[in-house]
Design a binder for this molecule. Sequence first.
Ligand code: PLP
Length: 287
Amino acid sequence: MGRIAYVNGRFVPHGEAVVHIEDRGYQLADAVYEVWALFDGKLADPEGHFARLERSLGELRIAMPMTRAALTLVLKETVRRNRVREGLLYLQVSRGVAKRDHAFPNPPVRPAVVMTVSAVDRVASEARAARGVGVVTTPENRWGRCDIKTVGLLPNALAKQKAREAGAVEAWFVDELGFVTEGASSNAWIVDAEGRLRTRDTNANILRGVTRNSLLDVIRREGMEVDERPFTPAEAVAAKEAFITGAGTLVLPVIAVDGKPVGEGRAGPVAKKLRRLYIEQARATAI
Ligand code: PLP
């Protein structure tokens, strides 16, 4: 059976799923999105993703397209129709379709809603996590509201392409003070030279990663300490370990920054343990 997409109230074959050419998401990136990891067909970290969706929409003054309960039902139905157990669920909500004009349509139009599901090969993902991945650094060049999860991802796409061309998996943005802000699609962490976990605080211009937040719960439950403070690429190279978090990568060890090995240049024990604990918690709390 082929992939099925949800588009504005209808389930359609993926290859036939289309939106209007004057959808403001398409023309102006006037849209937000969320991505859930799927474990055994269930949505991971549901509360965190719903809360962030509502916040992103609220910041842009786009109405919730339906109640949270209705949205949950439709999201789950989209997953069911795709028969995917391990994968990713993508939701996009745009301000809607209107004659092209930068200012908001007045009166407001109905938000446009799209959902897609893709399968993930967990065996391949675990093998990659066991090996670890490389990241490259790139100057921070995004707008000042990276806390809103908008589809305006051109700098992220260019950064990711730079990583791909260097044989790396992620790009870390570095601000004008020389500190890593976050990855193109993940949050950045190290286990510093003193053995303490460190990740940038979310008062900075970064996305409040849901995986980051759930992992903080895991870390505190384990009685481990974490310092929410930025680090430089040089500190990452001098660190014992580094890793990234996100719905797509979960907790993924980083073994090189700009080609320089982090610690011993191998996936470290702390990142491996946190990956296992995060996945256990996410599986247990998925809905
Ligand atoms: N930072 C950026 C820029 C992202 O795009 C993402 C996820 O796509 C993340 C961080 C990680 O967020 P989450 O853990 O909610 O997936």
